[in-house]
Design a binder for this molecule. Structure first.
Ligand code: FES
Length: 185
């Protein structure tokens, strides 16, 4: 499980990346880079942000901490607690719901934890229900970290989760075999 990191600083690779990001903005507008830099910091810290890390990013951009913290607490892609190696976001909006998202939630409850935002016993996963993930054409679907798994059923959801537990390869995208979002034949 992730532990609180003290004295956070960007690692060597991310320092280079941060400079690259900053170079896209005028010198006197560096605060505009707050979102990509928070994302960079979050990725370095196992997908979550502590207050200390947000302070580091705010100092890096020479902006008040509270303004960076407002961004973190407003946007849903920043996390202020550890969510496990894999954060499973289940879309529950109408198109996904009509196509069986309740069954996906059921699979998550059984394999991860009975309630949302709760670490699984092995500390690998947590899950949460979210609004439209913007891929309704392949409903129902889940997002795990940066990847989408689509055209899911109760069984294929369990297969995806089990593959991640076992460390065996699993294709991202449609789990029903159709190519991208072509019509089901
Ligand atoms: S409703 Fe689920 S992706 Fe749009």
């Amino acid at each position: 499980m992730s532990e609180l990191k003290e004295n956070f600083t960007f690692n060597e690779g991310n320092l280079i990346e941060a400079k690259k990001i900053l170079s896209k903005y005028p010198e006197d507008r560096k605060q505009s880079a707050v979102m990509p830099l928070l994302d960079l910091a979050q990725r370095q810290n196992e997908n979550w942000l502590t207050r200390e890390i947000v302070e580091y990013v705010a100092n890096y951009l020479e902006m008040p901490f509270i303004r960076a913290w407002e961004v973190v607490t407003f946007y849903s892609m920043y996390y202020t607690k550890y969510n496990g190696k894999y954060l499973v976001q289940v879309c529950g909006t109408t198109p996904c719901w009509l196509r069986g998202s309740d069954q996906i939630v059921k699979a998550c409850k059984e394999m991860i934890a009975p309630t949302q935002n709760t670490l699984s016993k092995d500390g690998i996963f947590s899950w949460m229900q979210v609004e439209c993930l913007g891929a309704c054409v392949n409903a129902p679907l889940i997002q795990i970290n940066d990847d989408y798994y689509e055209d899911l059923t109760y069984d294929s959801t369990k297969n995806v989760l089990q593959s991640l537990i076992d460390g065996t390869p699993v294709e991202v995208g449609s789990q029903s075999g159709r190519k991208s979002s072509k019509a089901v034949s």
